[in-house]
Design a protein around this ligand. Structure first.
Ligand SMILES: [Zn+2]
Length: 271
C-alpha cells in the first residue's frame, strides 16, 4: 500500500513526464474510481492542461489550468505513462489521452482508488483535503502543542490515531510502526496517555523517517511496487515492520493486530 514516500515518488516521476500536456480524451472503464458524477468529471477534466503535480498526505493533486484532479491510489493504484495502445489489461480502469500520442493509464487491481475534480476554491476547503492533519514533509511550522492537545483527546491506540490521518497525515501501516519504534512508544497506548515529549518525538521521527524514505524512493515490500519503473529501497532501512528481532535489544519483536493491521513492535524498547 503506497504511503507518503511512495506517493511522493510517483509524483516526482509523473511531474517529469506530464507538465504542459493537454488531456485530449478520457476513457473511464470502471465508474467506481470516479467520486463525482461521471459527466461532471469528464466535462471539467477533458481539454485541460496539466500545469503542476502536487501532493498532500497520500493524495496526488494534478493542477490543471482550471481546477484540480485529485487522485488517491489506496491499496494498489498505479499509473503508467506510455505510448497509446502499448499496454492494456482488465485492471486498467481510467485512461487519459494526451495530444502527443501518449496516455496516462490508471491500473488498480483492487479498484479501491478514487479520483475527483475540484474547482480552484474547493481544493483545500472541502473533503477530503480539509480533513487531513499536518503533512510532516510539507509543513515546516508544525504547532507541537496543538498536535499534542489533539492526540490526548483520543482514547484509542496511538497507532490507530496515526492511521486516521486527521492529526498527522501520510503515515500508513509501515511507517507508523517505524515512527513509534524510534519514538519508543508502544503502539497500543491510548492517545490520552501520550506526553508532550512523546508527541514531539512522533513529529520529529515522522519528518526524519518519511524524508529518508523519499530519498530512497519509498519501500518495496509484498504486493506494492511503485509503477513507472521505480523500485524503492527503504525496505533496507526498516527497523521493525516485517522484522523478527529488535535491532536495539535483540529481543523477539511482538506482532499483533491493531485496527485489523499487522503491527510490529518491541515490548522491551517501546513502552
Ligand atoms: Zn528492543
Amino acid at each position: 500500500m503506497p504511503e507518503l514516500p511512495e506517493v511522493e515518488t510517483v509524483r516526482r516521476v509523473l511531474k517529469n513526464d506530464l507538465i504542459g500536456l493537454k488531456i485530449s480524451d478520457i476513457e473511464i472503464r470502471y465508474n467506481g474510481i470516479i467520486e463525482d458524477d461521471i459527466n461532471y468529471f469528464l466535462n471539467n477534466v477533458k481539454g485541460k492542461t496539466i500545469e503542476d503535480i502536487l501532493r498532500r498526505g497520500k493524495y496526488l493533486i494534478f493542477k490543471l489550468n482550471e481546477g484540480y484532479l485529485l487522485s488517491h491510489l489506496r491499496m494498489e493504484g498505479k499509473y503508467f505513462y506510455l505510448p497509446n495502445d502499448s499496454l492494456d489489461n482488465k485492471h486498467i480502469h481510467v485512461i487519459f489521452k494526451f495530444n502527443n500520442g501518449y496516455s496516462l493509464l490508471y491500473q488498480d487491481v483492487r479498484k479501491f482508488g478514487k479520483m475527483s475534480y475540484k474547482k480552484d476554491d474547493e481544493l483545500y476547503n472541502t473533503h477530503p483535503l480539509k480533513d487531513l492533519g499536518v503533512d510532516p514533509v510539507l509543513d515546516t511550522d508544525i504547532n507541537e502543542k496543538l498536535i499534542h492537545s489533539k492526540i490526548i483527546k483520543k482514547h484509542i491506540p496511538i497507532k490507530t490515531i496515526l492511521l486516521e490521518q486527521s492529526i498527522i497525515t501520510g503515515l500508513g501501516n509501515i511507517y507508523v510502526d517505524e515512527v513509534l519504534f524510534s519514538s519508543k512508544i508502544d503502539p497500543n497506548r491510548p492517545g490520552n496517555t501520550i506526553t508532550l515529549e512523546e508527541s514531539n518525538n512522533i513529529i520529529r521521527y515522522s519528518k526524519e523517517i518519511l524524508n529518508k524514505a523519499i530519498l530512497n524512493k519509498g519501500t518495496t515490500i509484498r504486493s506494492y511496487t511503485s509503477s513507472l519503473g521505480v523500485e524503492g529501497n527503504y525496505q533496507n532501512f526498516l527497523n521493525v515492520h516485517t522484522k523478527n528481532i529488535c535491532p536495539h535489544c535483540k529481543n523477539a519483536l511482538t506482532r499483533v493486530k491493531i485496527n485489523g493491521r499487522t503491527t510490529y513492535f518491541c515490548n522491551n524498547c517501546q513502552r
